[in-house]
Write a protein that binds this ligand. Structure first.
Ligand code: NAP
Ligand code: GDD
Length: 325
């Protein structure tokens, strides 16, 4: 039997790299879109580069999206591409809207025109809950986004539901809470901390500047979360699901655990930089993934402490390579 084909936008990002590996393990023919850059940004895909096919396309250019869909003929499309860093969304709100919000509309429109039988996954975000209306947050919790990124994700979320309702597309949204890994971008707080901890331990850095240490997040492992994306597209009916661990921790707890992993005292190294505080903060996110547990049979495997340890250990290895040459 011919392999199922999947197309991943944002394959060069953290989740793209984990999802591509998962789909390869499941026997998929895996394709991804990359946007043109003066230097290639495919480092996260190094180990699987010869087993996947990459195509040039940009979420800003609907023609490129239509061409890639026509060329690949995917059974499943995972829309992971986004301007995903919240602080950048205040500096570049229009770009964030173009890529993260309208990009999804362009891709849905391309799917509808090229092959409406394609199953579509939209990377929605817990950032949409923003100033939270209830705790924990579930699929029915009202949204109150607090950043241009959160607003853009809300548009993408609702346009996905609208295409499902208007055209009968098999389109599902995963409302994913924060998920991290050794492949996390270095500007997000978890990876910023674990990289700094490793580099401080090896004498490559002497300070770690952070913003709001009191913010609380529900942090899971990216490898677990991409499995939920795949499960959503294997159901009989499209639907929307919260994906979360159900546990919340402060940034401070993350910092303390990460420094403890290398027997250092964070008080000696961490400084608060007011420039890193946000114009409007999301103080607390914690999700209730009961629906995903019941309907998808999904549950997280990696706990908070193991996630911190995994990330610190990976960054120690990287820092050792940096130190030795
Ligand atoms: P990420 O590491 O920032 O990856 C984003 C991807 O989008 C990259 O491959 C990037 O390509 C691509 N991209 C950006 N602008 C593009 C454009 N104009 N055209 C085409 N591709 C473009 O994000 P992630 O952590 O893997 O997250 C994946 C998705 O889930 C994102 O939509 C994010 O907003 C959403 N999400 C993430 C989390 C989380 O905690 N990680 C939680 C909820 C939702 P380049 O490599 O060229 O920059
Ligand atoms: N990035 C960053 N850098 N965040 C910091 C810092 C710092 O130096 N110091 C404190 N924080 C706090 C932020 O204020 C925020 O409350 C929290 O750490 C988490 O910040 P990020 O790791 O940047 O993630 P995020 O929660 O804003 O957004 C991530 O999760 C969303 C899902 O809720 C991103 O992956 C989004 O794309 C995703 O949708």
């Amino acid at each position: 039997m011919a392999a199922r084909r999947a197309l991943i936008t944002g394959i060069t990002g953290q989740d793209g790299a984990y999802l591509a590996r998962l789909l390869l393990d499941k026997g998929y023919d895996v394709h991804g879109t990359v946007r043109r850059a003066s230097t290639p940004g495919e480092q996260r895909l190094a180990e699987i580069r010869d087993r996947i096919t990459l195509h040039d396309a940009d979420m800003l250019d609907v023609g490129s999206l239509m061409s890639v869909l026509e060329q690949v003929g995917p059974h499943e499309v995972y829309n992971l591409a986004a301007q995903s860093f919240v602080p950048t969304s205040w500096q570049q709100p229009l770009l964030t809207g173009e890529v993260t919000a309208l990009g999804a509309a362009r891709l849905l429109e391309a799917v509808r025109r090229v092959d409406p039988n394609i199953r579509y996954y939209q990377a929605s975000s817990s950032e949409m809950f923003g100033k939270v209306r209830e705790e924990p947050q579930r699929e029915t919790t009202p949204f109150w986004p607090r950043s241009p990124y959160g607003v853009a994700k809300m548009y993408a979320h609702w346009i996905t539901i609208n295409y499902r309702e208007s055209y009968g597309l098999f389109a599902s949204c995963g409302i994913l809470f924060n998920h991290e890994s050794p492949l996390r971008g270095p500007e997000f707080v978890t990876r910023k901390v674990t990289r700094a901890v490793a580099r401080i331990k090896l004498g490559l850095q002497d300070r770690l500047r952070l913003g709001n240490l009191d913010a609380q997040r529900d942090w899971g492992f990216a490898g677990d979360y991409v499995e939920a994306m795949w499960l959503m597209l294997q159901q009989d009916e499209p639907d929307d699901y919260v994906i979360a661990t159900g546990e919340k921790h402060t940034v401070r707890e993350f910092v303390d655990l990460a420094f403890a992993r290398v027997d250092l005292d964070p008080q000696r190294y961490v400084e608060i930089d007011p420039n890193l505080l946000r114009p409007a903060e999301v103080n607390m996110l914690v999700g209730d993934a009961s629906k995903a547990r019941a309907r998808l049979g999904w549950q997280p495997r990696v706990c908070f402490a193991d996630l911190v340890a995994m990330m610190v250990d990976a960054d120690l290895e990287q820092a050792r390579r940096e130190a030795s040459g």
